[in-house]
Design a protein around this ligand. Structure first.
Ligand SMILES: [Zn+2]
Length: 597
C-alpha cells in the first residue's frame, strides 16, 4: 500500500538520509494526499472507534506489543501506523516528556523524523516486496538491541499477509516474548491470509471504509483550505468514485484541479468531473432510465446509442443505471436521501418525481435485471449489444405484472386445489382460480389473511391436537427433535393415524427403533399413551416425496399461468427454478402499480 511516491525504507537502507527529499523540493507542488496526511489522531477521519480504544490504552498505560490494522486500501492504515509510532516516541516540544502520549506534539525531533520516514528506531517494511525469512531475521536481530534514540523501536510491516510461511514462523517467536522496548504495527488489506497464531498475539483494529458523505465533507474542507472553488455535486462524484478511500479521493481531487480548464475563480463543476471520470451525464441517464421503465424501448435504445456515440462506455452506462435505481429506491424508502444526489438540483427534483411513480418491487426487479446485465456487459466480447439486450429485457419486464402478483395468483390457485401436502388449508379460503384475474385490482394491497398458514402450528401449545403426520413433525421440530422430524419426513409411509395410535410402513433407511422412539417421545410430549405399529406394505408417500411432487405440480401449474407463460415466452431459455410464498406483504406497494405514467 504505497501511500504516495514516498520511499518506504527497507531495513537494509534504514540509515537516515542526510536530508529528507521532501525538504529539497519544498517549493514543488505536493500532492494533496501527502500534504493533508494526518499527523495525529485529530486529523484522522472516520475512525472514531479505533481512536477511542487507543486513547484508553495509552491513558491506562496498557499498550499492546503488537497492533494489527486492517481495512481496504486508502483508509489510513499506514497513516495510523505512523501516528502510533509518534505517539510512542514523542518527547514533547520541550524534549522532556518521558511517557507515550496519544496526542504527539508534531514538533519534537522524533515526531518530525517519523513523519518523514527518517527516524532510525522506526522502521517500515513493505512485506509485498520483502517476503522472505531473511528479511524477518534482520528485524528479529534488530529487536535484541535497545533503541538508539527513542523510547521504543517500532517495526511497521505493511501488507503483512504477504510474508512467507517461514517468515511468519520466524516472527512468531519474537511476538510471543517481545523485548519490552519493541512494538510491532502490522497493516493488511487481507486479514484472512494472516495466520491465526500471529493474529492472536496482536491487538486488532478494523479501519472503516470512509462513508461517501463524510469523505465529501472532508474534500470540501481541503478544497476550501486550498482556495479551490468546486461545486458540491463535483465533490459528491469524487467521493463516490473513491469508494471509501481518502487517498483515492484526494488523488481524484488533484486530478480534477489539474483537469479544470476554467479560469481563475470559476468553480470546478459536476459536469467537468463527470467527464474526467468518464461518466455519462446524469440527466441523460435519468432520461434513459425513464424510457426503459416506461417500456419505450425504441426511444431508450436511441438514447443509449447517442450516449455511446458521445463516448460513454456501455459498462459505465449500466453502472449509472444501477446507481440511479439504487438512488430512486433510497429516495423511496428514506425520504431526504435526495440531498446526496450527485447531479444538479433540477435532476435531483426530477429523480424524486420519478421515484414517486415507481414501486419498490419494480425498482428491486430493475436492480436485479441491471445487475445481471452489468455482468453480461462486462464479460461480453462486444459490450454494446450486450448492454442493448439487457435494456430490452428490462424494458419488456416493465410491461409485465410484478412478481408479487404472480406469486399471489399462485397462492390462490393452490388454495383452490386440494392441499397437496401441507397440513392446513390456505388462509384465504380457496378463491377459485378462475377468479384470480378479476382480483387483479386489489392484488397489490397487503391482505391480512395472506400470512403463512404454518405460523399457528409453530406457536401452538404442546397439547396440540395431532391429526396427521405433519402435526407430529411440527411437534418434533418444536421440541428440537430434529433427527426424529427428518426421519418422519423422509422414511415414513403413513398407513393410519388416530388419537393414540399410529401405523406406518418404514422404508429401508428407517432405523429399527423408530416406532418405539416415536411412541416414547409422543408420550413425553403429549402426556398420553401412543401405540405405534409397523405395516409391511401400503401407506402414503413420505412427506418429502409429497413435497417434491407438489413442487413439480406447482411448477407445472405456474408455467400454465398466462403471466408466467408471457415471461417464459419473453425470455427464451428461462425456467422456473422455485416457487416460493412471500413471508409478508410488501409494505411499499400501492394499488396504482409500478410503472411511470
Ligand atoms: Zn512530539
Amino acid at each position: 500500500m504505497d501511500e504516495t511516491q514516498e520511499p518506504h525504507l527497507g531495513l537494509a537502507d534504514a540509515a537516515p538520509p542526510a536530508r529528507a527529499p521532501s525538504t529539497v523540493r519544498a517549493e514543488a507542488y505536493r500532492v494533496l494526499a501527502r500534504k493533508y496526511r494526518p499527523s495525529d489522531f485529530t486529523g484522522l477521519i472516520g475512525q472514531e472507534a479505533l481512536v477511542r480504544t487507543l486513547r484508553n490504552a495509552f491513558a491506562s498505560g496498557r499498550i499492546a506489543h503488537a497492533f494489527m490494522l486492517t481495512g481496504v486500501r486508502g483508509v489510513g492504515k499506514t497513516t495510523t501506523a505512523r501516528i502510533v509510532a509518534r505517539a510512542l516516541n514523542c518527547v514533547g516540544p520541550d524534549g522532556k516528556r518521558t511517557t507515550p502520549t496519544i496526542d504527539p506534539c508534531g514538533v519534537c525531533e522524533p515526531c518530525r523524523a517519523i513523519a518523514e520516514s527518517r527516524f532510525v528506531d522506526v522502521q517500515e517494511m513493505d512485506a509485498a516486496s520483502r517476503t522472505g525469512i531473511d528479511d524477518i531475521r534482520e528485524i528479529i536481530e534488530g529487536t535484541r538491541y535497545a533503541p538508539a534514540a527513542a523510547r521504543y523501536k517500532v517495526y511497521i510491516i505493511d501488507e503483512v499477509h504477504m510474508l512467507s510461511k517461514q517468515a511468519f514462523n520466524g516472527l512468531l517467536k519474537t511476538l510471543e516474548e517481545p523485548p519490552p522496548h519493541v512494538k510491532f504495527v502490522f497493516a493488511t488489506t487481507e486479514i484472512r491470509k494472516v495466520p491465526v497464531t500471529v493474529l492472536s498475539r496482536c491487538q486488532r483494529f478494523d479501519l472503516r471504509r470512509i462513508e461517501t458523505e463524510m469523505l465529501s465533507k472532508h474534500l470540501a474542507d481541503i478544497a476550501a483550505k486550498e482556495e479551490i472553488a468546486i461545486e458540491p455535486a463535483a465533490l459528491a462524484l469524487i467521493a463516490r468514485a473513491a469508494e471509501g478511500s481518502v487517498r483515492d479521493g484526494l488523488s481524484l481531487l488533484d486530478q480534477a484541479i489539474a483537469h479544470h480548464a476554467g479560469g481563475a475563480g470559476e468553480a470546478i463543476t459536476g459536469d467537468s468531473v463527470r467527464a474526467m471520470l468518464g461518466l455519462a451525464d446524469r440527466g441523460r441517464v435519468l432520461d434513459l432510465f425513464e424510457k426503459l421503465m416506461g417500456g419505450a424501448i425504441a426511444d431508450a435504445l436511441a438514447e443509449f446509442k447517442s450516449l455511446y456515440d458521445n463516448g460513454a462506455d456501455p459498462l459505465v452506462v449500466m453502472q449509472d443505471l444501477l446507481e440511479t435505481t439504487h438512488f430512486l429506491t433510497r429516495v423511496k424508502v428514506a425520504p431526504g436521501a435526495e440531498g446526496f444526489f450527485d447531479g444538479g438540483s433540477s435532476e435531483a427534483a426530477r429523480a424524486v418525481t420519478m421515484a414517486g411513480k415507481l414501486t419498490v418491487p419494480a425498482l428491486t426487479r430493475a436492480w436485479q435485471m441491471l445487475l445481471k446485465g452489468l455482468i453480461e456487459v462486462r464479460d461480453a466480447a462486444n459490450p454494446y449489444p450486450a448492454a442493448e439486450m439487457a435494456m430490452v429485457r428490462l424494458s419488456f419486464a416493465a410491461d409485465l405484472p410484478p412478481t408479487e402478483r404472480l406469486v399471489r395468483n399462485l397462492r390462490d390457485a393452490e388454495a383452490a386445489a386440494p392441499a397437496p401436502s401441507a397440513s392446513q388449508p390456505r388462509g384465504s379460503g380457496g378463491a377459485p382460480r378462475a377468479q384470480t384475474a378479476a382480483r387483479a385490482a386489489e392484488d397489490a394491497k397487503p391482505r391480512r389473511d395472506d400470512l403463512p398458514a404454518s405460523a399457528p402450528i409453530a406457536s401452538a401449545p404442546p397439547s396440540v391436537e395431532i391429526r396427521n403426520l405433519e402435526d407430529v413433525v411440527a411437534l418434533a421440530k418444536e421440541k428440537s427433535a430434529r433427527l426424529l422430524a427428518t426421519q418422519l419426513e423422509t422414511n415414513v409411509h403413513l398407513v393410519s393415524l388416530e388419537r393414540g395410535r399410529i401405523q406406518f410402513r418404514p422404508n429401508a433407511q428407517a432405523p429399527k427403533t423408530l416406532a418405539s422412539d416415536l411412541a416414547q417421545r409422543l408420550r413425553d410430549w403429549t402426556g398420553e399413551r401412543w401405540i405405534v405399529t409397523l405395516a409391511s406394505e401400503g401407506g402414503a408417500p413420505t412427506i418429502a416425496e409429497s413435497r417434491v411432487a407438489a413442487m413439480r405440480a406447482m411448477k407445472d401449474a405456474v408455467s400454465q399461468e398466462p403471466f408466467v407463460r408471457a415471461v417464459l415466452d419473453a425470455f427464451p431459455g428461462a425456467e422456473i427454478v422455485a416457487v416460493r410464498e412471500r413471508a409478508e406483504p410488501e409494505p411499499m406497494s400501492t394499488p396504482s402499480d409500478e410503472e411511470p405514467n
